[in-house]
Design a protein around this ligand. Structure first.
Ligand SMILES: [Zn+2]
Length: 77
């Protein structure tokens, strides 16, 4: 079963998608879609990881995007 994010279920495609983190408008051509920027994507992934693993000592904004994505890919393989 493919990994699914809560926002992917709750936020179907719209004409003007908005970043779920800061509510700024974004677009499907954005590298960080559905977020407005890599920063917001990192915050979201970090929050998700923090909640899943209870890593309270690691602020989400300090997590490198590559590391977070690698961790998220792990259980799927
Ligand atoms: Zn944003």
């Amino acid at each position: 079963m493919p990994f699914r994010r809560p926002w992917a279920i709750l936020a179907p495609m719209r004409r003007s998608p908005r970043c779920p983190i800061c509510a700024q408008e974004t677009s499907r051509t954005n590298d960080a879609f559905p977020f407005c920027s890599p920063r917001c994507r990192t915050i979201d992934l970090g929050s998700w990881l923090g909640e899943a693993y209870r890593v309270e000592a690691s602020p989400p904004s300090d997590l490198p995007v590559e590391m977070v994505e690698q961790l998220l890919r792990g259980p799927e393989a």
